[in-house]
Design a protein around this ligand. Structure first.
Ligand SMILES: Nc1nc2c(ncn2[C@@H]2O[C@H](COP(=O)(O)OP(=O)(O)OP(=O)(O)O)[C@@H](O)[C@H]2O)c(=O)[nH]1
Length: 330
């Protein structure tokens, strides 16, 4: 079980903290570690009902909030990412403009084997987008860095503007999934896998008892599944992975190539352009993938993956497997 670390970025006032609060409310059973760089600046609802110790705040429902500088992020990830606790996912709120790429590098460079990169989410204020872009043209570059863009505050624009902005942000972000939200209300399942835990956290009065839980919203994203009992061709499959389908945020599952000398399947997960691959000798010898994103073209994805099926794996040069195995951890 690895712990995804999600980095949330966005211009001042775009709704990052609102998104954090939503995630704390909308997930049940999931223990979220929230990392901010200043408690004083961020108004996390949960903190009003929490006990603060040192740089860490413990919430009744098993969530933790911590305040660290970017430089200390690595140490905080080690503190939070431990087998069996204390959290299932970590959300880092990036503040300041230069920070997101630096934070992503830190997360990707973490030597903690439990830490996996969970994606860079850019929150954009729909009501201010045109004005922000005029003042800060670098926002276009930020959109391209992101693995997922939330076009937030859609309640503050009319439907025609919302649609225009959605198209504009999709064009600017170059294939990155863009999901419209108000008050950061995105389905948490788009961001990370639900955790099936009945109620292991010993608790008295919890955060969840004190706030109104939000109804589950299942909107703004799709998932596409692909299964093949026939092996995949390593080159064609890796081309599919590197030439990421438009709107794809994350993908998880198993791939089987059946090339002589390489019969073990691989477990894979991707977030944005990042791919993580491990050998899964005990998994069934088949390919089974779930792809999650926004405005996914299910037909195009299925067609591309079907074209990557290899009916005659014995004829594939085992050296072609280098295009896959080079992603294995060293
Ligand atoms: N109408 C509307 N207001 C929103 C929405 N999302 C956030 N807000 C409000 O916008 C203001 C800024 O939201 P925050 O979540 O604090 O934004 P932030 O990005 O964390 O801000 P900084 O940390 O200062 O950069 C708050 O008053 C929110 O209540 C939305 O979708 N619609």
């Amino acid at each position: 079980m690895t712990i995804p670390v999600l980095v949330v970025a966005g211009f001042l006032g775009s709704g990052k903290t609102t998104l954090l609060n939503h995630l704390l409310r909308a997930t049940t059973g999931l223990r979220i570690g929230v990392v901010v760089n200043d408690f004083g600046r961020v108004n996390i609802d949960a903190m009003t009902v929490a006990a603060q110790v040192d740089s860490m705040v413990t919430l009744g429902n098993g969530c933790l909030c911590c305040a660290v500088d970017v430089a200390d992020l690595d140490a905080m990830l080690d503190r939070l990412a431990k087998p069996d606790g204390p959290v299932d996912v970590i959300v880092v709120e990036a503040s300041g403009l230069a920070e997101p790429p630096a934070m992503v590098r830190l997360v990707l460079g973490s030597e903690n084997p439990l830490v996996t990169y969970g994606g860079l989410v850019e929150v954009v204020d729909a009501a201010e987008f045109d004005a922000t872009r005029e003042r800060h043209p670098q926002i276009d570059k930020h959109l391209r860095y992101a693995d997922l863009v939330l076009l937030n505050k859609t309640d503050r624009v009319d439907p025609a503007t919302r649609d225009r902005l959605l198209t504009l942000v999709r064009d600017l972000s170059d294939g990155v999934p863009v999901v419209p939200t108000d008050h950061g209300r995105v389905d948490p399942d788009l961001l990370f896998d639900p955790v099936d835990r009945p109620d292991p956290v010993a608790r008295q009065l919890s955060f969840e008892d004190l706030i109104e839980p939000e109804p589950h919203i299942h909107a703004g994203y799709e998932s596409v599944e692909f299964t093949s009992d026939q092996p995949m061709n390593p080159h064609r499959f890796m081309r599919f992975l590197t030439d990421r389908p438009t709107g794809l945020y994350r993908m998880k599952g198993y791939a089987h190539f059946g090339v002589p000398g390489h019969d073990d399947p691989f477990h894979l997960h991707t977030v944005g352009a990042h791919l993580s691959l491990t050998l899964a000798p005990d998994a069934p010898r088949r390919t089974q993938l779930v792809m999650i994103g926004a405005a996914l073209d299910a037909t195009a994805i299925t067609t591309a993956l079907t074209a990557a099926v290899e009916p005659d794996p014995a004829s594939v040069d085992p050296l072609d497997m280098l295009s896959v195995t080079r992603y294995l951890p060293r």
